[in-house]
Design a protein around this ligand. Structure first.
Ligand SMILES: C[S@@+](CC[C@H](N)C(=O)[O-])C[C@H]1O[C@@H](n2cnc3c(N)ncnc32)[C@H](O)[C@@H]1O
Length: 300
């Protein structure tokens, strides 16, 4: 992230960017770090690399060395490199510029306009993969670039995994990541009612009133559709719960990313839709990162 453009006062541990997990994507999106480091060693005496680092530092880029190495490694020629540096100086996400990033250790295609998957969502992807049986069926609602779905497909190759996103750019990106993806409002197009083993979702969950506290670069570049969760941040989350209750088989699992203290409101909503074994999880700093729950299949 670019310090100079970051909203003052929103960088603290309890600020909404951290509460809703939206600080990490620039540092996380530096992409194939090993590749970049190898390249850095090769070109450490390279004056071009040194000048790129200098420009990114001047722009307030926190991970300037790593990002410079990635830009230099990925740019096909000098004019492209120059344009890429200018875009990065303006605060555009690195993953949009290089069209790639790493999620759960694998390269993922990214495109401008598509939400950049965050590091904290990897935990959700790993938990979901552990719950998806061989030859199981999974639906990733709000799939974006398909990061979570792609991880499920890689971990359980015999499983049938589909993504859904309302944004055509996101769906195109997910398909490029080999995730079969429907463009739709949540689960509308899915006919597999009651037969799904795992539903995952990283829905927009930032309360509308807290969007202004996000880093300026996030607000300027990332689609509001991917961030704005309505008044309490839970408009889409509630709809995901209702959709998942219809999709899941009894004993199937719903895993959603949420933040702040949203587990307090989400837990009763899950109970009302007949989910049990409600299990929130937190990161190493104690911040809420997601919630898992099991469909009982019982109907009111
Ligand atoms: C926070 S992003 C998460 C994307 C992806 N799961 C990830 O972790 O990178 C939320 C995504 O939800 C999509 N979205 C928003 N409203 C939706 C709706 N009603 N139905 C389906 N997708 C929706 C947005 O287009 C965006 O791609």
């Amino acid at each position: 992230m670019f310090r100079a453009r970051t909203t003052t006062g929103a960088t603290g541990h309890c600020g909404p960017m951290v509460r809703y997990g939206l600080t990490a994507h620039y540092a996380q999106s530096i992409g194939p770090v090993d590749q970049a480091r190898r390249h850095t060693r090769r070109v450490s005496a390279h004056p071009v690399l040194a000048s790129v680092v200098e420009r990114l530092v001047a722009a307030g880029c926190v991970a300037a060395s790593e990002e410079a190495a990635e830009l230099v490694a990925a740019a096909p020629d000098e004019p492209t490199l120059g344009e890429w540096i200018r875009r990065r100086e303006r605060g555009e996400p690195l993953a949009w510029i290089t069209a790639t990033m790493v999620f759960c250790g694998r390269p993922l295609h990214l495109a401008p306009g598509v939400y950049v998957p965050r590091t904290q969502s990897e935990e959700l992807a790993r938990r979901a993969a552990a719950l998806l049986p061989d030859r199981g069926r999974a639906v990733d609602l709000c799939t974006g670039a398909g990061a979570v779905a792609a991880h499920l497909m890689a971990q359980i190759p015999t499983a049938a995994v589909v993504g859904v996103d309302i944004d055509v750019r996101a769906a195109a990106c997910a398909r490029r990541n080999r995730v079969p993806t429907a463009v739709a409002d949540l689960a509308e197009p899915l006919r597999a009612r009651g037969g799904i083993d795992v539903v995952t979702a990283v829905p927009p969950y930032v309360p509308t009133g807290e969007l202004r506290l996000l880093p300026a670069d996030v607000r300027r570049y990332e689609p509001r559709l991917a961030l704005d969760g309505g008044g309490d941040g839970l408009d889409l989350v509630r709809r995901v719960i209702e959709a998942a209750a219809l999709l899941l088989r009894p004993g199937g699992w719903l895993l959603m990313e949420i933040g702040g203290d949203q587990d307090r409101a989400v837990t009763p909503a899950l109970a009302a839709s007949r989910f049990d074994l409600v299990t929130p999880w937190r990161d190493d700093d104690g911040d809420l990162r997601g919630i898992a729950s099991r469909a009982t299949g019982s109907r009111a």
